[in-house]
Design a protein around this ligand. Structure first.
Ligand code: GAL
Ligand code: ZN
Length: 660
């Protein structure tokens, strides 16, 4: 039997007498795995070198007797007070030069060698202890690396690490000076040791230096994780190693981190949302899809919301079956296992109100019953889904460096890279068209339509990649701010915008406008639409104009263009379309690219497929508390669910068909 449902469990928060009841209840609920100990350093090493693993071993063994396996977390996101007392210098420094102190979590510097020494001692002991325990199957390194680090750490140790990283990258200081454009504002360096971490400046920052800093921070986190992974791999060759990601979070390049891991895990809290009652569904869906892309494999959910969320302020109480719908949404997008956070709501600490499956009282109630029903219904199917993947015809290009570049220079105060990706994603999602995220170095030839928003940083290789894709019949959408900068974040000067890709798109862009505190309009077809944030003022060099501006002095000049190239088409969108234009435009691109939609239904009804060698599974999920009707565009056999083309509130239906 493989493992598909689990919980995050903290036995150390509860009396020993309770553990057996927990194990019993978990077993009855269909729980097959727990994650434990990822914040319990003090309980495992109350003083330097004094290890107390008995309680954990007892919990692992007890659960194992109930058929429940364990994933152990290394507790390195929470070094205990005695370490801090001995080595206060491991607490991180923020960009204002202030220390961040003990009392929360993530109070550690990831380059600090003294801290790494503590980790080596502890992780070695822990992995030796559990290497041969039959209850343990794998490890989660640290917890949400990059979380709680607004600026990562800017201490002296990090400064030295950064200098070393730069030396390796540039070799000579002259090369660094050229890459960073230090002729500007007298920023030249004589030697690497003069370079500092980006502590707050009197005015302004160097965009090239900042891009290197962000890439360095990501590399440092990967290096920090590797430090632990190497120990665990050596001591526990039979265990897997994973890490719990945070969707689109960007402190660490998740593609790079993924190379260390056997599989990627993710944390999802769709109900923890500031604006409105939950995260817009398309954003949760997009997050699952990007997580699947990090290793191009199915993934685990290591923390799936299992109750009301909140630290100081609380979110809405999930409605009956809403949690199940969210959990199956994870599965529909590629999760092979779902671990609920957390088993029982904490009585103490910061997360007293981040609710678990059981409430404070520990008595099983509505949510326990609901999720028990879920595991009963889907346990067998989960075995069949395992390893299968969605097979979208559409891909959206995702890249951490482009994201960093827009964090450094957003252009418009409301422009963010990930939100821009969401805007394109949403239009497909709502039409029930599955989407993959891809890296810009990936083979694109399997996709009928590729959307590459904000291709700001450009290299000759990437240009060529896009040329090749279109030349061979691909349909490519490029957007505003493409081909502006080189890989070092310097503006390119050899050609007019968008650089060599202008030939692919049949356009040049001699001027542009930022729609600061205003919006604009375009005419597309016979309709006028709202556009936001940016206008590339386009001159046609062979392309066809699809839409023209209806506002500004550049009214009537092209805003969106189409160019046939080789056997394919390159579209260029020189602005940010509002939702309506986005939908109409993408409908046109879909028609040209012959993209299939899974069906029709209201927003809030999700459709997604996973495919194995010979079978396709289709998930239809009602995320609303109303009854819904829908229509499928293909014939499938209904496996779970009451009635085809009809959904109860929050119902999840499962269909299948054989592949031809
Ligand atoms: C996650 C984290 C958990 C817990 C949870 C609820 O970000 O990994 O440890 O803090 O959020 O706040
Ligand atoms: Zn540091």
């Amino acid at each position: 039997m493989s493992i598909h449902f689990g919980v995050d469990y903290y036995p150390e928060h509860w009396p020993r007498e309770r553990w057996e009841t927990d194990a019993q209840l978990m077993k009855e609920m269909g729980i097959q795995v727990v994650r434990m100990a990822e914040f319990s350093w003090f309980q495992m090493e109350p003083q330097e070198g004094v290890f107390r693993f008995q309680w954990l071993e007892e919990a692992v063994n007890l659960l194992d007797q109930y058929g429940i396996k364990t994933i152990l977390g290394t507790p390195t996101a929470a070094p205990p007070a005695w370490i801090i007392e001995k080595n206060p210098e491991i607490q991180p420094i923020d960009r204002e030069g202030r220390r961040r102190y003990f009392g929360g979590r993530h109070h550690c510097c990831q380059s600090n060698q003294t801290y790494r020494g503590h980790i080596r001692r502890f992780v070695t002991a822990m992995s030796e202890k559990f290497a041969d325990n039959p209850g343990v199957i794998g490890w989660q390194i640290d917890n949400e690396l990059g979380n709680s680090h607004t600026d990562l750490c800017m201490c002296n140790s990090c400064r030295l690490y950064f200098q070393k990283w730069l030396l390796k990258k540039y070799g000579t200081i002259a090369r660094l000076n050229s890459a960073w454009g230090t002729a500007f504002w007298s920023q030249g360096y004589n030697k690497f040791s003069q370079v500092r971490t980006p502590l707050i400046t009197a005015a302004g920052e160097n965009p090239s230096a900042m891009l290197d800093w962000k890439c360095f921070c990501s590399d440092l986190i990967v290096d920090f994780a590797k430090w632990q992974a190497d120990i665990i791999r050596e001591k526990c060759p039979n265990h897997f190693i994973t890490h719990n990601y945070m969707c689109f979070d960007d402190k660490v390049n998740y593609y790079d981190l993924g190379e260390l891991l056997d599989f990627v895990s993710n944390d999802v809290y769709p109900g923890h949302w500031q604006e409105g009652s939950h995260q817009p569904l398309y954003q949760t869906a997009a997050a699952h899809d990007v997580v699947r892309s990090y290793k191009k494999q199915p993934f685990w959910i290591m923390e799936q919301q299992s109750g009301m969320t909140g630290w100081e302020i609380m979110g809405r109480l999930p409605k009956p079956n809403q949690l199940s719908a969210w959990a199956m949404q994870s599965v529909a997008h590629g999760a092979d296992a779902v671990v609920f956070f957390r088993w029982r709501t904490c009585a103490v600490g910061t997360e007293q109100f981040w609710h678990g499956i059981l409430g404070h009282s520990g008595k099983p109630g509505r949510i326990y019953d609901e999720l028990k029903h879920l595991t009963e219904t889907f346990a067998d199917y989960m075995d069949a889904f395992a390893g299968s993947m969605p097979k979208p015809e559409v891909a959206i290009v995702h890249n951490f460096r482009q994201n960093y570049a827009f964090q450094i220079q957003p252009h418009h105060p409301k422009l963010t890279y990930v939100k821009e990706l969401y805007k394109y994603y949403r239009a497909f999602y709502e039409k029930k068209i599955p989407v993959d995220f891809v890296q810009d170095t990936d083979d694109l030839s399997g996709y009928k339509l590729v959307i590459a928003p904000l291709q700001f940083l450009m290299t000759p290789q990437l240009e060529q990649h896009y040329f090749d894709y279109v030349e061979n019949g691909g349909h490519l959408v490029l957007t505003m701010r493409t081909g502006v900068k080189d890989a070092a974040n310097r503006c390119m000067t050899e050609r007019e915008l968008p650089g060599r890709l202008g030939e692919l798109c049949g356009i040049t862009i001699p001027e542009y406008d930022c729609l600061l505190e205003s919006t604009g309009g375009v005419l597309y077809g016979k309709k006028e639409y709202v556009i936001k944030k940016w206008c590339d003022i386009i001159e046609l060099q062979g392309a066809k104009c699809l839409a023209e501006y209806s506002t500004g002095f550049y009214k009537q000049s092209p805003a969106i263009t189409e160019n046939a190239y080789g056997q394919g088409i390159a579209w260029y969108i020189g602005t940010e379309p509002d939702q309506e234009l986005m939908e109409d435009l993408l409908s046109y691109f879909e028609r040209c690219s012959e993209i299939a939609t899974l069906g029709t239904a209201a927003d809030g009804v999700e459709m997604m497929t996973r495919e194995s060698q010979d079978q396709i599974w289709l998930f239809v999920i009602n995320h609303t508390d109303d009854e819904q009707v829908y229509h499928l565009h293909d014939r499938y056999e209904l496996l779970e669910g009451e009635r085809e083309e009809f959904l109860h509130p929050f119902e999840v239906q499962l269909f299948t068909k054989q592949k031809k």
